[in-house]
Design a protein around this ligand. Structure first.
Ligand SMILES: [Zn+2]
Length: 92
């Protein structure tokens, strides 16, 4: 092959797509403010900001500790078997 091999940098365009953000109008479950929150579609947000979400989670943890229930970790079985529990209920 006499052809000189020239390298040429080819720019492959990366996949560039717009994630369809969704705007939710909600009332913050923490501060009670009406807010417009733009985020990825899926579970609708409950809080107007990450600060509120963090604070609410902290408060939740605090409340849980205050009740004195030593729930070190959530029982993953219970959450995972939500449908199993339902199934059991239908069976009984
Ligand atoms: Zn809020």
């Amino acid at each position: 092959m006499s052809k000189q091999t020239k390298t040429r940098r080819v720019h492959v365009p990366t996949y560039d797509y717009d994630m369809p953000l969704k705007t939710y109008q909600l009332q913050c479950a923490w501060c009670g403010q009406d807010a417009l929150v733009t985020c990825y579609p899926g579970r609708p947000p409950r809080f107007c900001s990450t600060d509120c979400a963090t604070e609410a989670r902290k408060a939740h943890d605090r409340a849980r500790k205050a009740t004195g229930q030593p729930q070190g970790h959530r029982q993953p079985r219970q959450t995972a078997t939500g449908d199993v529990a339902a199934r059991k209920n239908t069976r009984v």
